[in-house]
Design a protein around this ligand. Sequence first.
Ligand code: SF4
Length: 284
Amino acid sequence: MEVIVGKMAGFCPGVEGAIKKARTALETRDRVYCLGEIVHNKQVVNSLEKEGMITVESLDEVPNNSSVLIRAHGEPETTYKKAESKNLELLDATCGKVFSIHKKVEREKEDSFIIVLGKKNHPEVIGTKGFAGENSFVIETEDDILDAYMKYEITDLGRVYVVGQTTISSSYFDILAKEIEKEFYEAEVCIDKTICNATEIRQKETLEMSKKFHTMIIIGGKNSSNTKELYKIAENNCQKVYLIETVEEIKDIEFTGIENIGIMAGASTPKESINEVKEYLENL
Ligand code: SF4
């Protein structure tokens, strides 16, 4: 059986940077808090917690004057203000790409209604919406477009600026953007496709692999948006697709008679998890 791992499987630069920052901080400080799970991957979170990281859901749980890591997804502006009021040392690992979206919406909100395309409850979207201010709306599905228009209508803005969660699928972004242009036809609509190329490259490679391979295994956190996107893409083309977090989940599966298997992994999946799956399959 041929087992091929996608070239782009695993950590993206933003996640790699955040984990590096966390490890450096843990070397030099007694205790480091992380606001939310550092990445959507249990194995990575558990290993950093063993090294001394404490994951919290809110800054209310953090004692004054402590060190707090902001993960790659970023945080809304209110978090920075609260951190200042508690005299916290912020170790900001917001990915550069997310940071640039914050800057764009901050600039554009002066004269534009901001639309963020993405999952309403995703931390990155919450962060971006926070920087976009009051005159903004998150669109997750086509059903939200009319509500966004109604909110836009009560502002006196004639311009709409559209950005997206960095990890949503490129084709879904295009579908929503097209519908927005139709609904907001009276406004000047500026579409800024802020999908991260690290995400796009992984999606493209998954699509190509899923057309070639009989079976695919997608490794990553089941709560990870970008991993779930890869699974959806593979599912559309491949005969059999498994979404797993660790090698344990495939140990009861019968792979006899399968000629080739493709492995792809989300942007928050460590190399060790990928190698474990590859080695297990090769040894069958
Ligand atoms: S997916 Fe892209 S935007 Fe998100 S953390 Fe990774 S590199 Fe940054």
